[in-house]
Design a protein around this ligand. Structure first.
Ligand code: DAH
Length: 342
């Protein structure tokens, strides 16, 4: 057979292969087979130089035409197949965006944290700054600077956890009063949420519990400011229309010291069998007082120029009352069934 005849044959075979290819992968195989480096057509082109001179031109022309035809058939078939394959893949991978999503479980704020947020938000709204201090505290800040010197009987009431090197787990957030005052000059308005520790464990005491401390030092602050501020806070957390009352209380770092009670927000003193106030009509809420001049002097503030009030409350206890939770220990057991109720 003549060389050109063979070329025509190879071309027809190639065009059939291209037309019959069912995937882009098969097309690629056909391209390698008919146009690749070791394809028959490639060999023919390479050997044109060895042909008798009068045949070279014609063989060259026919082989080039064959290559171009195969190439263009490959190109159009590739385009068609690629489009079909893309269609199929899109159909297969299609996502129905109208289907409902996988529900993502929502967390719950711990009841103590809810009370802390409410109290802190209230004070931030009044312009107080949020301060914090270390839980491993020095004996000096936890006691001495707060007017509770070494050997003072009040220390034994604190059921302290002692650490090495004169450190204690802070028994209250009051040491942050000292740290804050030492940082700068009055006026000082801070609210201090934090964890505190005492060696105590029963239905209303846990070794770790929370406190929120507050401190205001400025010119001309009086017990009236203390009462107005704390009454507004209590109504914000427990409900408008509640009454507060102050009773004398004793804390070493305030003078006078007070304890604040809140009228029972469940029975307002009308139910002798009330579960929340036990018929007392009042709920103990917090300790507070006017900052003792000895404490102001300890941090270098002039008690003739400045006065202040301080307060400390227990948000765990407040949450127990607010949500009617009978045992404080439930707060720290991490039982999801408990937490999910809030
Ligand atoms: N630190 C006190 C305690 O843990 C609570 C307290 C009472 C804080 C009176 C105060 C205050 O700032 O003025 O028992």
């Amino acid at each position: 057979m003549s060389v050109t005849g063979r070329i025509e044959e190879v071309k027809s075979e190639a065009l059939r292969a291209v037309a019959g290819a069912g995937s882009t992968a098969e097309l690629e195989n056909a391209r390698v087979k008919y146009l690749g480096r070791s394809a028959e057509l490639t060999d023919i082109k390479k050997s044109i130089g060895k042909l008798p001179p009068e045949d070279r031109k014609e063989v060259g022309r026919v082989s080039n035409v064959a290559s171009r035809e195969i190439e263009s058939a490959l190109a159009s078939r590739t385009k068609a197949l690629a489009a079909a394959e893309r269609e199929a893949r899109l159909r297969e991978e299609a996502v129905d965006v109208t289907l409902p999503g996988v529900p993502y479980p929502k967390g719950h704020l711990h009841p103590t944290l809810r009370v802390i947020d409410e109290v802190v938000d209230f004070f931030v709204g009044l312009g107080y700054r949020v301060a914090e201090g270390p839980e491993a505290e020095t004996d000096y800040y936890n006691f001495t600077a707060l007017n509770i010197p070494p050997g003072h009987p009040a220390r034994s009431e604190h059921d302290t956890f002692f650490l090495d090197e004169g450190l204690v787990l802070r028994t209250h957030t009051s040491p942050v009063q000292i740290r804050t005052m030492l940082e700068g000059e009055p006026p000082v308005y801070v609210v201090v949420p934090g964890r505190t520790y005492r060696r105590d464990s029963d239905p209303t005491h846990t070794p770790m519990f929370h406190q929120i401390e507050g401190l205001a030092v400025d010119r001309g602050l009086t017990l009236a400011h203390l009462k107005g501020t704390l009454a507004a806070m209590a109504r914000h957390v427990f409900g408008e229309g509640l009454k507060v009352r102050l009773r004398p209380g004793y804390f070493q770092f305030v003078e006078p010291g007070v304890e604040m009670d809140l009228s029972c927000f469940v029975c307002d003193g009308t139910d002798p069998n009330c579960k929340v106030c036990k018929g007392a009509g009042w709920l103990e809420m917090l300790g507070a007082g006017m900052v003792d001049p000895a404490v102001l002097e300890e941090v270098g503030y002039d008690p003739e120029e400045y006065t202040g009030f301080a307060f400390g409350m227990g948000p765990d206890r407040m949450a127990m009352v607010k949500y009617g939770i009978p045992d404080l220990r439930m707060f720290f057991e991490g039982d999801l069934r408990f937490l999910k109720q809030f």
